[in-house]
Design a protein around this ligand. Structure first.
Ligand code: GLN
Ligand code: ZN
Length: 742
């Protein structure tokens, strides 16, 4: 029944378009500026271009169904008929976008990070009564579309186990219900889908099961075993590739090895840290191993000799080997060839999606002509042992000592009101930045605009009566890119967009060399803002973990060391801010949780060095200087101890949308705490009564002496109108509470 798997493939490909065509088409459709036919035509063209390009680059196994109007997990929910009733609409596309983005009076489904990437997926809602029904229109249409171009493809789908493990229980589910309880029913729908695909003449199907590289309970593994046993035993089905990625399968490898499926995909970049021998790939003998030796998570060229050695080692142990990427190429930009502004020496070392596909094809050709046990001529480069400077934070004075010194120095009122840093980024500022980059206006003209903006932001905050002011970050395009542009060791791209969620993309900087701070970065702006007022102005910096998490990072040094290099630079900046008379300094770490390893066994070590790097960055200042940090996720419970260990004098944290939970976990902190009182993700302006109520609630867990009043996050995406009204109410609420307490 089975045709053999093609010699080379990729697990997935970017879909937003080399020039973000899909972003533009989506946004214009949403705003009613273009028709559905326009959107569909853009999508069709992107798919066609992708398949043709992959084929032209010499790739043999082409994936399909990797396109998405928004998100592949949401696509899977639709495929399974798992659409909560409140979103149902006569028009399927409207239903789809309602789940993703909300509709008139209906909030969207929750969105969260896809494993440890910066891609966000839509979290499906599954309850005991969810009725599953197959809607195979999308994968079938893509298969046919490619076939019409003369190209045979392999539909890619999120696998049933991962789909359910990533889902959340529907709101009305009984206590103890877990979506995975519905695996039998979901597997039934996949069985029907496989039959339909077989009837269509599809030879291979890829089921993605990245959830299997995280720690799984024996019950979860047994469920996976049962599901794949069932799908594998179907008589009428295409051959199955079960793809794992983002790590090694561990205990799940024997489960897949024992399942009646034809191929298993392994991440041999991240998953082979302990060498191929430790993986137990012998168990896969008799199956095809789709060997992910070209990284889908970084932008570096593949070490060809090392990759070939890995492929040979796997072939020797397991038999049939196909060359592939470690995961979908969704997480890298399209084409480094367009980055003509990069230093050629750096560009040589880079590979984006196109280049990675060419590498896969080249490795497959090499593997085909390399006899059995022959190892490539050159041994893999030996890593030179390096020693790294030890950086131990001398530790600041104990909190009570600091708190007293700061109270004396800052003379803040009870319940001080502040913001998280950014103020609205006006279209005018964005245009000026683009004009500066294009050489249409000079540096001086641009800086005058920034200064004028700072003057307005300071005046506004003084008028509103805030207690710790900010300069508003008008000079920053992005909280990471801005620092990357001012530090040695980083490069920024022009077209290197990567999908973050839906139509949104980011352009991660590339950290390619030793990081150094050639000079102060933010100091003159903070200093200028402080010169306009006697109220303390807070200096704003991005923390070392976040700068690294939102960049593509060199792979020739341990991540920890790279983070410490960035921490060195942040520490210098913190010191310069203090010296310039800035008395409050905030170092944001919104990505602290993002880098937490998927395996529990590795989490402790990560959190330890991540915290140490933060403390190194922030502990060089005197006890008078107040250090703030900001985190923006509500599920802080997972890394609570680490947040506490950051030892910041004040921690602000997102909480407007999950109030009770956040206070429940962070209420016990022994230092300053600012649980957000204003949800900046929504255009809604909170009333003073509402904020007062939130603060009264917070006062049940946080003593007034340590409670801060602030929004959930930066105000960059809001309008001045909304911000002014909201902050006025926040200040008013704080004033009423102070009044009541005096
Ligand atoms: N200081 C940043 C801002 O206000 C923080 C943003 C964030 O937490 N993501 O924009
Ligand atoms: Zn935030």
């Amino acid at each position: 029944m089975t045709s053999s798997f093609p010699a080379s493939t990729v697990l997935g490909y970017p879909r937003i378009g080399p020039d973000r065509e899909l972003k533009r088409a989506l946004e214009s459709y949403w705003e009613g500026r273009s028709s559905r036919a326009d959107l569909e035509e853009t999508a069709r063209r992107l798919r066609e271009d992708t398949w043709r390009r992959l084929a032209a680059l010499g790739l043999e196994g082409l994936p399909s169904n990797t396109f998405s109007y928004y998100d592949q997990v949401l696509d899977t929910a639709v495929l399974l008929g798992a659409v909560p009733a409140r979103y149902r609409h006569d028009d399927d596309l409207e239903t789809y976008f309602a789940m993703a983005r909300g509709a008139e009076g209906i909030a969207p489904l929750r969105m969260t990070k896809w494993f440890d990437t910066n891609y966000h997926y839509i979290v499906p809602e599954i309850g005991p009564d969810t009725v599953f029904s197959l809607d195979a229109a999308k994968p079938l249409a893509e298969v046919r579309e490619a076939l019409a171009l003369g190209l045979e493809t392999r539909p890619v789908l999120v696998g049933p186990v991962t789909f359910l493990l990533l889902s959340q229980a529907a709101p009305d589910s009984p206590e103890g219900f877990a979506p995975l309880d519905r695996l039998d029913d979901v597997a039934e729908v996949y069985a029907r889908l496989l039959a339909e695909l077989a009837a269509e003449g599809v030879g291979w199907v890829q089921l993605d099961e990245p959830a299997l590289v995280a720690d799984r309970t024996p019950a979860e593994l047994a469920a996976a075993e049962a599901a794949y046993g069932r799908l594998g035993r179907l008589e009428n089905r295409p051959a199955l590739l079960v793809a794992s990625y983002f790590g090694d399968l561990g205990d799940a490898l024997p489960v897949l090895a024992g399942a009646p499926v034809e191929a298993v995909g392994l991440d041999l970049v991240r998953g082979s840290a302990h060498g191929v021998d430790a993986l137990g790939v012998e168990a896969l003998a008799g199956k095809t191993v789709v060997a992910g030796v070209v990284s889908g998570r970084d932008v570096w060229r593949t070490d060809r000799d090392r990759a070939l050695a890995t492929l040979l080692a796997v072939r020797e142990r397991a038999g049939r080997v196909v060359v592939s990427t470690s995961c979908s190429l969704l997480h890298v930009p399209y084409d480094v060839g367009r980055e003509t502004g990069l230093d050629p020496a750096l560009r040589e070392r880079l590979a984006f999606a196109e280049q990675k596909v060419a590498e896969v094809a080249e490795l497959a050709a090499l593997l085909a002509v390399t006899p059995g046990h022959h190892l490539p001529g050159q041994p893999a480069a030996q890593e030179r042992p390096r020693t790294f400077p030890a950086r131990t934070a001398e530790g600041r004075a104990p909190y009570p000592v600091r708190a007293a010194a700061q109270a004396e120095h800052l003379k803040l009122p009870l319940l001080p009101v502040t913001t998280i840093g950014s103020f609205p980024q006006t279209g005018e500022l964005r245009r000026a930045r683009a004009a500066l980059a294009a050489g249409e206006i000079g540096e001086a003209a641009y800086e005058n605009m920034v200064r004028a903006e700072i003057e307005q932001v300071i005046a506004l905050q003084e008028r509103l009566g805030l207690d710790v002011l900010v300069h508003g970050e008008p000079e920053r395009n992005d909280m990471v890119q801005y620092f990357a542009e001012h530090l040695d060791g980083f490069a920024v791209t022009r077209h290197g967009w990567v999908q973050s969620y839906g139509s949104r993309c980011t352009r991660p900087p590339i950290l390619h060399g030793d990081v150094r701070r050639p000079g102060p970065i933010t100091v003159r702006w903070a200093q200028y803002a402080q010169s306009l007022t006697s109220t303390p102005v807070k200096g704003m910096l991005t923390g070392p973990v976040t700068i690294v998490a939102w960049s593509f990072v060199r792979d020739d040094l341990p991540l920890r060391e790279v983070v410490f290099q960035v921490a060195d630079a942040v520490r210098e900046e913190v010191g310069d801010l203090e010296e310039a008379g800035i008395r409050v300094i905030q170092v944001d770490e919104p990505a602290l949780r993002e880098l937490v390893p998927l395996r529990r066994a590795e989490q402790g070590a990560y959190l330890e060095w991540a915290v140490a790097a933060y403390r190194w960055a922030t502990s060089g200042v005197s006890e008078h200087t107040q250090i703030h940090t900001h985190l923006c996720y509500s599920d802080a419970d997972q890394i609570l101890a680490a947040i506490d260990a950051l030892d910041a004098d004040v921690t602000s944290i997102e909480s407007a949308r999950s109030r009770g939970r956040v206070l429940g976990v962070v209420g016990g902190f022994s230092r300053g705490l600012g649980p957000g009182v204003y949800d900046i993700h929504s255009p809604r302006v909170p009333g003073a009564d509402e904020v007062e109520h939130l603060l009264t609630e917070a006062l049940r867990t946080v003593p007034a002496e340590r409670l801060w009043v602030n929004p959930d996050c930066g105000l960059k995406t809001r309008s001045y109108e909304q911000v002014e009204a909201a902050l006025a109410n926040v200040v008013e609420a704080a004033a009423r509470l102070r009044e009541r307490r005096s």
